[in-house]
Design a protein around this ligand. Sequence first.
Ligand code: GL4
Length: 813
Amino acid sequence: MLDKNVFKQAVIKHLHSTLGTDENKADNHAWFKAVSAAIQELVLERLRSTQKTHYLNDTRAVHYFSAEFLMGRLLSNNMQNFGLFETADTALQELGVSLSDVLEEEPDMALGNGGLGRLAACFIDSLATMDLPAIGYGIHYEHGLFRQEIKNGGQIERPDSWRDYGNPWEICRPESIQEISLYGYVETKYGDDGKIQKEWHPGSIVQGVPWDIPVVGYGGGTVNVLRLWQSKSSGYFNWDVFNAGGYVDAQRENIQAETISKVLYPNDETEAGKELRLIQQYFFSACSLKDIIRRYKRAHGDDWSRFAEQVVVQLNDTHPAIAIPELMRILVDRAELDWDSAWAISTKTFAYTNHTLLPEALEKWPVRMLEKILPRHIEIIYEINHRFMQEVENKWPGDNKIKAKLSIIEEAGEKMVRMGNLSVIGSFAVNGVAEIHSKLVKQNLFPEFDQLYPGKLTNVTNGVTPRRWLKACNPLLSDLISKKIGSDWPLQLDKLDAISALADNKTFQNQFMKIKQKNKQILADEILKLTGIKVDPKAIFDIQIKRLHEYKRQHLNLLHIMALYRRLLEDPNYDMHPRVFIFGAKAAPGYTLAKTIIYAINKIADKINNDSRVNKKIKVVFLPNYRVSLAEKMIPAADVSQQISTAGKEASGTGNMKLALNGAVTIGTLDGANIEIAEEVGEDNIFIFGNTVEEITALQSKGYKPYDYYYKNSELKAVLDWLDSDYFTPGRPGALSSLKDSMLKGGDPYLVLADYDSYCEANIALDEAYGDSAKWAKMAILNTAKMGKFTSDRSVKDYVERIWKLDPCTVDK
Ligand code: GL4
């Protein structure tokens, strides 16, 4: 596509004429910018062909609405997808520059919290790779997820400023600016025909400025876009028609407009309930719908009859659910369609993915807040609900309990709008993200909706892109695999199964484990660089990386580490393979107990790592500022993948897939996609422990008593009591007591103590298995071999077949 010398010339041209520097002066950052600019030339060429092709073919497209896209870095990815990585590597070498140093200059695009945002990024990668017409719509946050520093063991949040030195990939599109309205009031009028008409007189207007990030498919055929909206004052603010004109007030509003896209809310799985967050949601949903409608009208004029044939909108959780009444408003108030026709179009347009059952994450907005910010939308929501309640009455005549439960409006206490109910009612398909999760969505979250709309609720198990999460992040293993089975596995991940046949082959086992060893050495060097801690790459690398949340139970892992510590103190000959426990996790800034767990990990790490009685056997490492680019370094080096959530709480998980794909063996509960991973790899190749969903329900219904476990198991009691001492926090006794209390006085809501014994047993089995290196190698190989199902290409294929009904559209080269 591009040979080495042409590439060199392009890079040097950009050093000179884009960066204003030269080969002798340029630092790594300048090289990063120049290399990116050279790649971006190719990207934009393919983007133009793609857009032209889609336009000429008038393709149906999916519009993926998501408040989060956790893209990570793009340079390496884009080079990989154009097949230019090796070319660039040698070209830069010849220029005396190290590609890996250059890649390190790129800040992560951290416009998301965790799994939900990273899933969106994997899906748009797969969509482009599979030549599917798609556009991602989200928010151009000025500050992405905070940067985490660890000071004296505790988490400190620092602002993330990913665009401080410019972003080489994004393109501003001022020609596509949209304006959206907020606040104000609704006027009821009577048309000439006597019909009631509604007119929203907004209190303020905000501009959405689109920034396009090209999304390069593997092979470089299709380049789709991710369109992110930045908010901007519209210039002609009048806060409220009744007190317009005040210069000072108008300026204050200007600041408010720009605040909308200022910062990503750092909560994963908790609903903030803040006005600004609702405004963010409406802002990007409304800008995106206007953008879609503008494009549709260019091809179809005012004929709305084909809208739902051309457009499908996937709602990534309820965050963009306000798009449903927004489309109704446009169709009824603006296009003047009758309600039924508008509703028919709308409910053929939207589909909704549920990503969690945690009650604290199910979004509800006070009616009062909607009345103030979106006065017309609340009326429309009431109308949707009124008609829906008639449907419920027809199905369950006279049953007011069911009505109260299914109503979009929650009436107990302050009146609230339930965004989940609105999403189910306003969509033609609803899916969960793993088999068990979707089953629980049907059984526990929306059982009556399932009866009312048979077939609407379905499952699409999550997946991850093997291009980033194996090919790019683990080049050694990728090359070995390609040598054995050919190089088309990144596009057809099922082919990995062919290496199953080599799982018992000694030579292959050695090759596979040698690569694991090299990757561990690389991570050990990184750990030393980042934390000053020396770890032995011959030890088991045991990794738990994910957001910090009680339900994910990092503290279960920690209790077991403390137990090992105790066992080693009591018996210096305690038989175990040396093991390094490695954590990466950010806590939501307001989540006190999560921050205490981070503090506990760090304090216990300090103690263990510096205790010469045990530090040849165990080490504990907390790597600060866990993010996509750090995950890419950790995952290839993992021997063990910790997936230990309370059964029923982790909707799917995707880190579990990435780790197994790279040959890590899972120790995990029967939760989320762990269950499907176990089905694929077989029970001999995974360590399953703990109570099942059914067992947990039974435990809780008979009255779960954590103290019973505390008094029954003396080791468990000892480690919990240890938290009350100042052993780990010298001079600060009680600094970790709240952690103990959460599991005893606090009732242990995530049943840590109930699973403790079985977790310890599973760890013993794991330690034994690692001792048999041939057995372990086989397990590791089979984990990689059996991950075919978990490519995001399969997830996207499922969405396409069951929900989106899209046809691929290849773009000529
Ligand atoms: C999450 C789930 O917690 C996680 O299990 C799942 O893998 C992910 C993507 O579907 O979505 N839901 C929320 S909210 N945040 C997540 O990461």
